[in-house]
Design a protein around this ligand. Structure first.
Ligand SMILES: Nc1nc2c(ncn2[C@@H]2O[C@H](COP(=O)(O)OP(=O)(O)OP(=O)(O)O)[C@@H](O)[C@H]2O)c(=O)[nH]1
Ligand SMILES: [Zn+2]
Length: 327
C-alpha cells in the first residue's frame, strides 16, 4: 500500500496556475509535472508526484528563491523517482500561507519553514514536562499572523487535570483537544481530517507519540523517504510532511523552537479577533492596543461592558508575547 495516495493531491484544492507569456529568455515548461515538497534535506527536495516520491533539486531559473516543505512545485527532467534519479524544480506555485521560524544565532534570517498549511497544532503536555504558556502564546501569535487556525492539543491528561491550562485559553476561544495515554485520538483525527496541519511543541510533550499513532507505520514512511534521500533518521531537524490515512496531511517540525514574530503588527493580530477589532474604531492613530495604550478603544469597551475584560487581557498578553524571547 503506498503511503502517499494519489487522491491526496487530487483532492487538494490547488489554485489554477496563471499561464505566463512565453519569452525567449524564459523557457516555458509545458511538460512540467506538479508535485508537493514533503521534505528538504541539504539541497535535495523530496517531492510527491502522482503518489510516488521523486528527489529533485532546484533549477537555475529559480535563482535564490526558497523552496520549502508544503510547496506545490512544477518539475521537469527525470520524474520517475527511480533509484538515483533526479528531477528539477522549475517553478513554485504561489503560496497560500507561510509559517516562519525565528532568526537565531546560527542563522540571522527569519525563514519560511512550511508553505500552504491551514492549521497549527500546538502540542503541550499537562505535566512531564510542565506546560509553558509563553511558548503557547507565541505559537498562537504565529498562527494568527500566518492565517492558520490554531488547535491546542493538550497531552498527558492522565497525569494532570487540563482545566487550569484550558482556562487560560478559553477567553480567546482557542479550539482544543485533550489526549492521554491510550487514547483512540478520535477527536484529534476529526480535527486533522482533510487539512494540512503543522505540529509544533517542545521536546517531550508527546509529539512523536501522536505522529506515530496518527500515521501508522510512519517510521516506515520515514525510512522510505530516507531511502530516497539516502539519509537516516538523524536528520532530526528536517521538517517532514506525512499523509494521514483518511485524508489530510501533518507536518512534523522537529527542532523548531520559536517563531519569527518581530514583524507581527498589532493591527494584524487584532484581525484574528474580529469582535475586538471592531472596538478599536475610537483608538488614536497608530494605537498599539496594548496594556496602558493611551485612549485605546479596548479599555473604553471593557469599561462600558461591551466586551469581556478577560478577552482583552488575553489578547494583550498575546501582543506582549511578541517581545518575549522566552520559549
Ligand atoms: N503519561 C503519558 N505519557 C505520554 C503521553 N504521550 C506521550 N507520553 C510519553 O512522553 C514521553 C515523550 O514522548 P514523545 O512522543 O517522544 O515526545 P516528543 O514530543 O516527540 O519529544 P521529542 O522526541 O523529544 O521531540 C514518552 O516517554 C512517551 O511515552 C501521555 O498521553 N501520557
Ligand atoms: Zn487601541
Amino acid at each position: 500500500m503506498p503511503r502517499y495516495d494519489e487522491n491526496d493531491i487530487e483532492s487538494y484544492d490547488r489554485p489554477r496556475r496563471r499561464t505566463r507569456p512565453r519569452t525567449k529568455d524564459r523557457p516555458a515548461y509545458d511538460d512540467a509535472v506538479a508535485g508537493r515538497v514533503v521534505t528538504v534535506d541539504r539541497g535535495r527536495y523530496t517531492t510527491l508526484v502522482d503518489g510516488h516520491l521523486v528527489t529533485a533539486m532546484k533549477s537555475r531559473p529559480l535563482g535564490r528563491k526558497g523552496v520549502v516543505v508544503g510547496d506545490e512545485v512544477r518539475l521537469v527532467g527525470d520524474v520517475t523517482g527511480d533509484d538515483g534519479s533526479l528531477a528539477r524544480i522549475v517553478s513554485v506555485d504561489e503560496r497560500r500561507t507561510v509559517l516562519r521560524r525565528t532568526a537565531d544565532d546560527d542563522d540571522p534570517v527569519e525563514r519560511v519553514i512550511v508553505a500552504n498549511a491551514e492549521q497549527l497544532v500546538i502540542v503541550a503536555a499537562l505535566a512531564d514536562p510542565e506546560p509553558r504558556p509563553r511558548l503557547i502564546d507565541r505559537a498562537l501569535v504565529a498562527a494568527y499572523d500566518a492565517g492558520l487556525t490554531p488547535l491546542l492539543c493538550v497531552t498527558k491528561a492522565d497525569l494532570a487535570d487540563p482545566e487550569t491550562l484550558l482556562s487560560v485559553y478559553r477567553p480567546l476561544g482557542v479550539p482544543y483537544v485533550v489526549t492521554q495515554r491510550g487514547d483512540d485520538l478520535t477527536e484529534v483525527r476529526e480535527r486533522l481530517h482533510d487539512r494540512v496541519s503543522v505540529l509544533v511543541g517542545h521536546s517531550g510533550v508527546g509529539k512523536s507519540t501522536l505522529v506515530n499513532a496518527l500515521v501508522p507505520g510512519s517510521d516506515r514512511a520515514i525510512g522510505h523517504v530516507n531511502a530516497v534521500t539516502g539519509r537516516g533518521r538523524q536528520t532530526s531537524t528536517s521538517v517532514l510532511m506525512l499523509a494521514l490515512p483518511d485524508g489530510g496531511w501533518i507536518v512534523d517540525t522537529p527542532g523548531i523552537r520559536s517563531f519569527g514574530l518581530a514583524h507581527v503588527e498589532p493591527a494584524t493580530l487584532i484581525h484574528a479577533f474580529p469582535d475586538l477589532a471592531e472596538l478599536t474604531g475610537p483608538c488614536p492613530r497608530g494605537c498599539t492596543h496594548g496594556e496602558g495604550a493611551p485612549e485605546c478603544g479596548l479599555d473604553e469597551a471593557v469599561a462600558e461592558g461591551r466586551t469581556e475584560a478577560a478577552r482583552v487581557d488575553s489578547f494583550r498578553r498575546l501582543l506582549a508575547s511578541r517581545e518575549s524571547s522566552d520559549y
